[in-house]
Design a protein around this ligand. Structure first.
Ligand code: NAD
Length: 464
């Protein structure tokens, strides 16, 4: 927190970063490549400590920590290391004949000094993945981990301090509600990259607007999951259970609620129960199943359990912050469980007969971050893709669209502004600078006064 590190220490970090950026040290391909490689190495060296921290904060099993946090970061790092050179190359563009004899290109400019703010649910990945984009783009970075995942925040600070000069990449800690407005009000960042909740996203955008600071907002929302009548239900059930109960449902792109065709509803519910029991033991001590981040969230989720009929699960153990994978029915669409983002292991289920009913429910919480559809019908697929505004999603799967670095990841409307991953991360932390270069051996002179009859010539060139 600024109060902890002191105002003058924070200002010296910021001033040093501004000077470091201005020196041009971050610009070259070789420098950026070296930093990406060093980041990868320091993560490798500290892998076990990162797993331990994630386990402490969220009871994440090492497998889950590798597959959804550290492994994802390696993938992004490898992709960036492999492609950085081609991403950095100026892009030649065509030039209209009227501007003859000129050529044009886009130069990829770093933004400067950026702030990256992360939430607690994937506290490692959601801080380091944007950092990869920032490094690839040639920027200096201030990182703000979530104070609600303190063990991960500590290890992140340790590894960042070990590998980077704070004049290049620095970490600040503390209560985000206090620290972030303070630093954003006292300093103009060249970009604020925020991942978190919708209300805090609004607050960040409001502070940023005062200094015309650009923002990327990676927010949440209620992501629907639809199961049509013509699908392999075993497949659908397994993938829904995995997508919903990974990290105990505390995933921004988890299926928030389920809509299933009435003709298959009973069967699907039975299969979801079956696979939930198979994947996770029924005891709270199972190391394969996560815990709720803190008491406040536990209480919110526990209250949701009273807003409908529990048809599976529903057990809770407060001392362990454990909430069993739970299915609910008969939840009013006006209950907080259906107006808030659930962000926990509770899955409300609705039956439907017509697509119109599904659209009505989706539109109550418009612009979800993710959308999942299980169908074998191409027309149904196209119908929903065209009708629903969502950030990204899967047909016949959940979550895994995030794993493809060739796809942009981000929200729309309520679920966010901007996107990243793969080359999109490089683009997110880069500004496209337009350059037009004219040869000196010829000058038509058409643009110079006196104009006289030149308008005819100009119309001929422009062809209208
Ligand atoms: P949050 O908005 O409470 O906090 C996110 C970050 O903002 C934290 O670092 C926190 O310190 C800081 N913060 C908190 N209050 C603040 C304030 N008033 N002003 C400025 N900064 C403040 O979110 P969370 O609870 O950590 O995470 C859960 C939310 O994040 C969910 O809504 C989830 O959907 C969303 N999320 C989105 C993505 C995505 O990629 N789109 C990924 C993960 C989580």
């Amino acid at each position: 927190m600024i109060a902890e590190i002191g105002h003058s220490a924070f200002h010296s970090i910021i001033n040093n970063q501004a000077a470091y950026f201005k020196s041009g040290a971050t610009l070259s391909y070789q420098f950026r490549l070296d930093q990406l490689k060093r980041l990868k190495q320091v993560i490798r060296n500290n892998e076990q400590a990162i797993f331990d921290a994630l386990n402490k904060d969220l009871n994440k099993h090492e497998f889950e920590s590798y597959s959804t946090e550290v492994g994802v970061v390696y993938e992004e790092l490898n992709f960036a290391i492999k492609n950085l050179k081609s991403w950095m190359k100026p892009e030649r563009q065509s030039t209209p004949f009227a501007l003859f004899p000129s050529s044009s290109y886009i130069h990829k400019d770093p933004l400067g000094c950026v702030l990256i703010i992360a939430p607690w649910n994937y506290p490692f990945q959601l801080l380091i993945n944007p950092l990869i984009g920032a490094i690839a783009g040639g920027n200096c970075t201030v990182l703000k981990p979530s104070e609600l995942a303190p063990a991960t925040a500590e290890i992140v600070e340790k590894i960042i301090t070990e590998v980077f000069d704070p004049a290049y990449v620095a970490t600040i800690q503390g209560d985000g509600a206090q620290v972030i407005p303070e630093i954003m009000n006292s300093h103009r960042f060249d970009l604020v990259f925020f991942t978190g909740s919708i209300p805090v996203g609004y607050a960040i955008a409001e502070i940023a607007a005062k200094k015309l600071t650009p923002v990327i907002l990676e927010l949440g929302g209620k992501s629907p999951c639809i199961v049509d009548k013509d699908v392999d239900l075993h497949n659908a059930a397994k993938r829904i259970v995995w997508g919903k109960f990974t990290n105990a449902g505390q995933t921004c792109v988890a299926p928030d609620y389920l809509m299933v065709h009435n003709s298959r509803k009973k069967e699907l519910i039975e299969l979801i129960k079956k696979y939930t029991n198979e994947f996770y033991t029924e005891t709270p001590s199972s190391g394969d199943y996560g815990r709720i981040i803190n008491k406040r969230r536990f209480t919110t989720l526990k209250n949701y359990l009273e807003q409908g009929n529990i048809i599976f699960g529903g057990q809770t153990t407060e001392e362990e912050l454990y909430i069993a994978p739970t299915l609910m029915e008969n939840v009013s669409i006006d209950a907080p469980l259906m107006t808030d983002e659930i962000f926990g292991p509770i899955l409300p289920v609705y039956g439907f007969d017509s697509y119109k009913e599904t659209l009505a429910l989706i539109n109550k919480n418009a612009n979800p971050l993710a959308f999942y559809l299980f169908t074998s019908n191409k027309e149904t697929e196209q119908f929903y893709i065209n009708k629903v505004s969502f950030g990204g999603g899967c047909i016949n799967n959940t979550l895994i669209h995030l794993g493809n670095p060739h796809l942009p990841f981000g929200g729309v409307g309520n679920s966010g502004i901007g996107y990243y991953h793969g080359k999109f991360s490089f683009d997110a932390f880069t500004r496209m600078k337009a350059v037009l270069k004219t040869q000196t051996w010829f000058d038509s002179g058409i643009q110079y006064a006196p104009f006289k009859e030149k308008i005819k010539l100009l119309r001929m060139f422009l062809r209208y």
